[in-house]
Design a protein around this ligand. Structure first.
Ligand SMILES: Nc1ncnc2c1ncn2[C@@H]1O[C@H](COP(=O)(O)OP(=O)(O)OP(=O)(O)O)[C@@H](O)[C@H]1O
Ligand SMILES: [Mg+2]
Length: 233
């Protein structure tokens, strides 16, 4: 089966400085990838390059096996790639409902289903984005991404800065989304949570893939986690 999204010998960066190099990866339908790496190792840069926010300096991004170089972010979104970016990016002056409706694309994920999954958002459906807590904003950002009925949901630090209860809520939803068979690419500091949802983990070090494999391999031998992240499994 052709991967939804793949990278071949991908390199990218900002201005003259190269952040990513030699990235090869494939995300297949229904697969969950956990992307790990210390601060500044290039996780967000990789997401930006995969989603077309940053151009590839070398190599290729492929969408359903076809070179995506000419496709801007909105066109990649139309092909079923949804991103919850670092920092959320919801519309502050619009209400929860308006934020969700703006993203609506026909499919199984509807406003009703999302509000059902996030009771806190349902209670605040008429509140504006700037009147939501950080955790509620994050839920809204996830809800908005799901409203596009994507095949692949990319989450960049979706639990960043949230209290434990809120973090648990987000992980609960990520697990629910996984159960529907949607592919996900998850970046998060909580390594054990990432490994618990991922079919495959990728560790970035200085913009290159230093390790990749199944979470079980890291549980059996956490040496790569110690070496590259300074944590246990
Ligand atoms: N807009 C930018 N312009 C120039 N350099 C940038 C820009 N964004 C990131 N960088 C640099 O690129 C490198 C990778 O950053 P990136 O944000 O991809 O890392 P990250 O793995 O997502 O880190 P974090 O865990 O802190 O989110 C860093 O050295 C960073 O300083
Ligand atoms: Mg980042």
């Amino acid at each position: 089966m052709t991967a939804i999204l793949s990278a071949r010998n991908l390199a990218a960066g900002y201005g003259g400085s190269r952040v990513l190099s030699g990235i090869d990866l494939e995300i297949r339908a229904g697969e969950a990838i956990g992307l790990l790496g210390r601060n500044g190792m290039g996780k967000t840069t990789l997401i930006r390059t995969l989603t077309g926010v940053l151009p590839a300096a070398e190599g290729q991004v492929l969408l359903d096996g076809t070179d995506a170089a000419a496709l801007p972010p909105f066109a990649r979104a139309k092909c079923g790639i949804a991103v919850v970016p670092e920092g959320r990016g919801i519309f502050a002056s619009l209400t929860v409902r308006e934020n969700l409706r703006l993203a609506a694309t026909p499919g199984d994920w509807t406003e009703a289903r999302i509000l059902d999954m996030f009771p806190r958002l349902a209670q605040r459906a008429a509140n504006r984005g700037n009147h939501l807590s950080g955790g509620e904003q994050q839920m809204l950002a996830i809800g908005r991404a799901l409203m596009t009925n994507p095949r692949l949901l990319i989450l960049d630090e979706a639990t960043e800065g949230l209290a434990p209860l809120m973090r648990n809520e987000i992980w609960r939803v990520i697990r629910l989304v996984r159960q529907t068979g949607m592919a996900v690419l998850v970046v998060d500091r909580a390594v054990s949570d990432v490994l618990s949802v991922a079919d495959r983990a990728i560790v970035l070090v200085k913009g290159q893939i230093a390790w990749s494999g199944p979470p079980d391999a890291l549980r059996a031998d956490p040496a790569p986690l110690h070496r590259h992240l300074g944590v246990g499994a």
